[in-house]
Every structure is written in structure tokens, then in C-alpha cells.
Design a protein around this ligand. Structure first.
Ligand SMILES: O=C(O)CCC(=O)C1=CC=C[C@@H](O)[C@@H]1C(=O)O
Ligand SMILES: [Mg+2]
Length: 323
């Protein structure tokens, strides 16, 4: 099968910069790819790298797209998906989801049974942001920690827990920014609120796997790996090294959807699906996987209607025309 291939770079400004232990992220850039088959059917994919999570860089993704011919075959696409798995995971996701969309009618996608988690700004700004997300229907909130002084953040946590409605849940994401003592302080504090805290995400850096495994066996508060399991190879490695607590999966950078499906169905892991702050194109493909593979009814981190200001209506054609 042959496809007309084209691609364009897109950048979107976050409504509010995403501030994490990795730094301040103001503009989200990604690559939109377009495949048209011989019947004229068109489908879209999105390549949305996060290089500091371990995916390829945007430049590597663009270079890869530039070296592809304007007319590509399904053999070339399968080569992308299965032959270069760990170097270009965001490209794998973009191309395979575009191909899947050509082969399936994604309108049948039903993810209305999913619960969504709203992203709170780091620091004390979270205290006056949660209310309007609650009013929009979010009952789970993710708050970035490891950004400000730990004592200040622990105080804010207490205020957040005191102010949030009874049924609201909090998940804390340190982005690997804590040391062992700080992680123990957070876990000890969270153990005091067992019905409030969903989990602490990536408390320690990626190279502290055994320390996180030990913490996960000692404290009641669950720990979720994120940066440690960013790509399929890392996911498999952490599972094989004994991780059985929560795995945060970012479909946009993990790699091939079909290989992810196979892994999750084979190992029945406890997963939380998470956005890479993609556009509606990548989000639709990611939520398709979340709808199929989510476990334990965990809220998915795709609260798109508060990441970007640009309207996402009648994408992607309108987007494509304006790029
Ligand atoms: O998972 C969510 O709730 C939203 C997505 C999210 O928090 C992230 C997406 C991409 C990079 C990070 O800044 C951050 C994360 O660490 O999970
Ligand atoms: Mg995270």
C-alpha cells in the first residue's frame, strides 16, 4: 500500500508555563504528519517528543521526517514502527497511530468512561486554581512538587488537603527532583492522608530505581514511575527489575501502540495514562490506548481544556491549513 506523506511543525503556547523540577516549559512544539491513501482517505498523526524524558528531540524527529520520501509504503511505516524502536519512540507513535486511523474508523472511539485529572500549577498558586477545575468536573488533581522549598510545599499540601472537597484526590509529581530524605518526608506526610493521596510520581531521579523500589515496599502511599518508564524499553526493564506499583504511561513518547498494547495485556500492570501536552490529534490516539488499557479506574492525565488557550475545535484540517 502506498501513501502520500507530508508533515508540518506546530508550536502552541501553554496557557500557563508548565513549571516542574525539569524547569519552565512555555511553548509546546510537535510535528503533525498527514497520510493519504490511494482512495484519497486522509489520516493524521502527531510526533510530540519530550527529550528530557528520554524520547528523541524535536530536531531528530524533523530530520527523520525530512529524509522520508513524499510517497511512502506500509513497509516503510512498519520499518519505522518495529525496526528503529528505541531511537525515535515519538515518531513510532505518530506514524503507527496515523496508519491505524487509516485502517479503522476512529470516530467509534469511546473514552467517555474515563475520569480525567486536572493539572494544578506548582507552588501556592494551586490553592486558587483547583476550584475552577473542580467546577469543570475534575475530581483528581495533579500537583508538581520539588519546585519550591520543601517546608513551604508541605504546608501548601496541608492547606490543599484541608480545602479540597472530601471526594477529591491528589497526586504529587516530583519529576525526580527529591533526594532520599525529602522523598521519605513526603511519603511519611502522605501516609497521614491515605484516602486523599493517589500516589507520588517519580520522587527520585531515574538512576535511583532500587531506592524507589525500597520506598514502595516501605510506605503505604503508592509510588508511580514516570520518567523511569518513559519508553517501552524502560517500561520492560523496570517491570523485569521487580516494579509492581504504578507505571505512568505517556503514549506519545512510549513508542509503538501495538507493542504497548501487547506489553500491558501480557503483564496486567497498574497504569496511569498521561499526556505529553499534545494537540487533539495526538490526544485522540493516546486516549484510544487509555480507554483500552487503563486499569483500576485511575484518572487519566489529559485535562487538555486547560493546557492551551487555542481552541481545538474542528482540528486537524483547520490546523493543517493554517500551518
Ligand atoms: O499527567 C498529567 O496529569 C499531565 C501531564 C504531565 O503532568 C506531564 C506531561 C509532560 C511532562 C511533565 O511536565 C508532566 C509529567 O511529569 O507527568
Ligand atoms: Mg510526571
Amino acid at each position: 500500500m502506498k501513501y502520500q506523506f507530508s508533515f508540518r511543525n506546530i508550536s502552541q503556547k501553554f496557557t500557563r508555563p508548565v513549571i516542574t523540577n525539569h524547569g519552565i516549559w512555555e511553548i509546546r512544539e510537535s510535528v503533525i504528519i498527514r497520510l493519504e491513501d490511494m482512495t484519497g482517505k486522509v489520516s493524521w498523526g502527531e510526533i510530540a517528543p519530550i527529550s528530557w524524558f528520554g524520547s528523541e528531540t524535536l530536531e531528530e524527529a524533523l530530520d527523520f521526517c525530512h529524509q522520508l520520501p513524499k510517497e511512502i509504503t506500509s513497509e516503510i511505516i512498519f520499518e519505522i514502527i518495529f525496526k528503529i524502536p528505541d531511537k525515535l519512540p515519538a515518531c513510532q507513535f505518530g506514524f503507527e497511530s496515523a496508519l491505524e486511523n487509516l485502517q479503522e474508523n476512529h470516530e467509534s472511539l469511546n473514552y467517555h468512561h474515563l475520569n480525567f485529572s486536572g493539572l494544578l500549577p506548582a507552588g501556592k498558586a494551586a490553592l486558587n486554581k483547583w476550584q475552577n477545575l473542580w467546577n469543570q468536573g475534575y475530581k483528581t488533581f495533579k500537583w508538581k512538587i520539588g519546585v519550591h522549598d520543601i517546608n513551604a510545599e508541605l504546608e501548601i499540601l496541608t492547606l490543599l488537603i484541608y480545602n479540597l472537597p472530601e471526594s477529591a484526590k491528589l497526586r504529587l509529581d516530583a519529576n525526580g527532583g527529591l533526594d532520599d530524605n525529602a522523598a521519605k518526608l513526603w511519603l511519611k506526610q502522605c501516609d497521614n492522608f491515605p484516602n486523599k493521596i493517589d500516589f507520588i510520581e517519580q520522587p527520585l531521579p531515574v538512576d535511583k530505581f532500587s531506592e524507589m523500589l525500597e520506598l514502595s515496599n516501605y510506605y503505604n502511599t503508592k509510588i508511580a514511575l514516570d520518567e523511569s518508564v518513559a519508553t517501552l524499553q524502560q517500561l520492560e526493564n523496570c517491570y523485569k527489575q521487580g516494579w509492581r506499583s504504578i507505571f505512568v504511561i505517556k503514549p506519545g513518547i512510549v513508542g509503538s501502540p501495538s507493542r504497548l498494547r501487547k506489553f500491558c495485556q501480557q503483564y496486567q500492570i497498574d497504569v496511569v495514562f498521561s499526556s505529553v501536552f499534545e494537540t487533539a490529534i495526538g490526544r485522540q490516539a493516546a486516549l484510544k490506548l487509555a480507554a483500552e488499557l487503563s486499569s483500576n479506574n485511575r484518572a487519566v492525565g489529559f485535562g487538555i481544556n486547560h493546557y492551551f488557550t487555542q481552541p481545538q475545535a474542528n482540528w486537524p484540517q483547520s490546523l493543517w491549513n493554517n500551518l
